[in-house]
Structures are given as C-alpha cells and as structure tokens.
Write a protein that binds this ligand. Sequence first.
Ligand SMILES: Nc1ncnc2c1ncn2[C@@H]1O[C@H](COP(=O)(O)OP(=O)(O)OP(=O)(O)O)[C@@H](O)[C@H]1O
Ligand SMILES: [Mg+2]
Length: 322
Amino acid sequence: MFQVSPSGTTQYSSDATMPRTVISVSQLGKRYGTTVAVDEVSLDVYEGEVFGLIGPNGAGKTTTMECVEGLRRPDRGTIAVLGLHPQRDATALRQRIGVQHQEAHLQKRIKVWEALDLWATLYPGAVDTDALLAQLGLESKRNAWFMTLSGGQKQRLFVALALVHDPEVVFLDELTTGLDPQARRAIWELISGIKARGKTVFLTTHLMEEAERLCDRVAIIEHGRVIEMGTPAALVERHCPQRRVVFTTDATDAAQSFHRIATLRSIHSDGATHTLEGTGDDFVTDVINVIAREGIRVRGFRTEIPTLEDVFLKLTGHGVRD
Ligand SMILES: Nc1ncnc2c1ncn2[C@@H]1O[C@H](COP(=O)(O)OP(=O)(O)OP(=O)(O)O)[C@@H](O)[C@H]1O
Ligand SMILES: [Mg+2]
C-alpha cells in the first residue's frame, strides 16, 4: 500500500493495513480581503471512505473544498489529491475527480440529456448517462430544459454531472439541501453505491442525520478551524456519552429501585413519568434489568441516545441549517 504525503509525493508503506490517503490537506489558510474564511485546516481523507465536513454557515467548508478541488488558490498550506497538486496538475486531476457545487447554474435552455452528453464528451470512459438519470429519478426530465427543472431536480442533475465520468473522488457540497425526503434517500443510496464501488467521497452537509448515516468520518469546522474529527460514533461517545431512559408507571416509589445502578447520574420524577440519565453502553440494559427484577409495570418506555447533532450543538453552540 502507499500513502500520499501532504507535499504530494507518494510514499510506500510496508504496513498493508494503512489506508491510502487520497486527499491530504495541511495547514490550509485562505482569506478574502480581511475575512478569514479558512484559518487553519489540516485533514486526511482515506481511499474508499465517505468524509464529511460539517460546520455552521460561513465556517469555511465551501472554501476548503474549493481549494482542494483546485478552484481557489490557498494563501498558505499544502494540498494533495490523488498525489496531485490541485492547481499545477489541474488538467490531470479534472479527469479523476467529480465536483458538485453548492450553487451552480447551467444555461436556461440546455436540455437534461444535452447537459449530460456535453459533460460526457469531456471525458473518456463516461458512464451510461440514461442509467445515471434513472438512478437519480430524472428519466422523465430527459428532454426538459434546465430552466424548467425544480430546485431539487436541478440539484440531482448536478449530482449526475459530477458522476458522469465515474470519478475516483467525488466532491459534493451540500448535496441534499432543498431535496424532498424521497430524493434525499435516493441520493443517500447513490452515495452508498459510490462508496461500495471503492470510490472516495468528500462532502459537506448541514444535515447531521445525513452525516451520521453516510460518513465514515467527519470533521467539525468552525471559524475556519477543525475543532473535532473522527467517526460519528466516536464523537458521540467522546462528547455526549449520556443516555436517557424515560418511562411511565403507576407504581409508587418506582424511582427508588434504580439508585444502585453505578452509571446512573440523575433521576427526575414528574408524577408517573421518570427520567433516568446515565452513561455508557450498559446503562439502558441496567435500567431494563431493574424494571424486570422489581416487576415494575411500565406503561410507556423510551430511550434517548445522543446523536451527532447533539455533539455539533455542544461544540459549536449553534443550530444547524438545512
Ligand atoms: N468570494 C468570496 N468573497 C468574499 N468573502 C467570501 C467569499 N466566499 C466566501 N466568503 C466568506 O468566507 C467565509 C467562509 O465562507 P464559506 O462559503 O467557505 O463557508 P461555508 O462553511 O461553506 O458556509 P455555508 O454553510 O453557508 O455554505 C464566510 O465568512 C464568507 O462570507
Ligand atoms: Mg458552503
């Protein structure tokens, strides 16, 4: 196996378990006038993974992605994509990456099939464009003008255009913003399919559910800096390890039975409803065991397990935008 260093040189590693780094960003910085868009971003994306950049509006996600794609020139730092320099090797790189932009336009009267055909002519070995349209639920719009497409249909067309040459690395900037739930799920399936074929996906999203479902790893970026990075599960475990069980029972004094659970943090009782908070993977099982052992008759029972959204809110103190 081999690794690509931030300088863009290829290093061979004897460790077969080492994932190959396909995107390497080191100490990236970018300003627009006096606005610091990217203060300092360093990250590696490995071959075959879906990597998500998440962060509040204006955090520097698009700027970072566009520097990696070679569309913007960084002020400082080094970037390598597939061992290539995004700007010096732009022509070679363009054949191997697919890009969907956060805000993109086409001419009004280009038809969907014409756009796909045009894109396909730019690359040797383009995929079957009709199959791609079908996958994105756009077959019925094959002959439609771009200007007649709905926002979500345009978005899907741009995803199709990013995939037309079956690229090794796919960049998707807010791929499902503005899509309805069906289209969103169809795109999630498509991304899972891309990953299953060994491709690497680098995406940004404001949807934490999307990041949690799709991404092997995420980096949380705020004010142009990466403040956390890891698998969604590891980040939840690290920052929000608490678990909550809420149950309803008519049994009086039910709350007394749970104090012996070592991982219990708190119990809050409001009439017949009891809320128990604790930590660790065994907490919910321990609560269930006590309920069973004490024969507590439960009318309602639910668990609340923190998600990536809780981590995001805790670390950034912001809400997220769809
Ligand atoms: N072309 C530009 N000229 C001047 N300032 C810019 C430009 N593009 C972005 N910025 C500024 O740089 C900062 C980072 O913007 P960027 O688009 O990278 O953020 P983002 O994380 O992608 O945000 P969003 O979630 O809203 O898409 C913001 O403060 C933005 O106003
Ligand atoms: Mg953006």
